[in-house]
Design a protein. Structure first.
Length: 55
């Protein structure tokens, strides 16, 4: 199984509940009004002072 991004999973869950709500399978959409989660940004390692001094 491949890794899915948080954005992909959020979109799939929202679409599923929107479908259920629009087709009257559920009365209330539990994801309506929820904030969209964002992936965490990866921290880029910077150079240390020693690495900058060693030309």
């Amino acid at each position: 199984m491949k890794d899915l991004s948080l954005k992909t999973v959020n979109s799939a869950i929202r679409s599923y509940f929107n479908f259920l709500n629009e087709n009257k399978y559920i009365r209330n959409n539990p994801v309506e009004g929820l904030k969209i989660l964002k992936d965490r940004k990866q921290v880029v390692q910077t150079f240390s002072a020693e690495q900058l001094d060693n030309k």
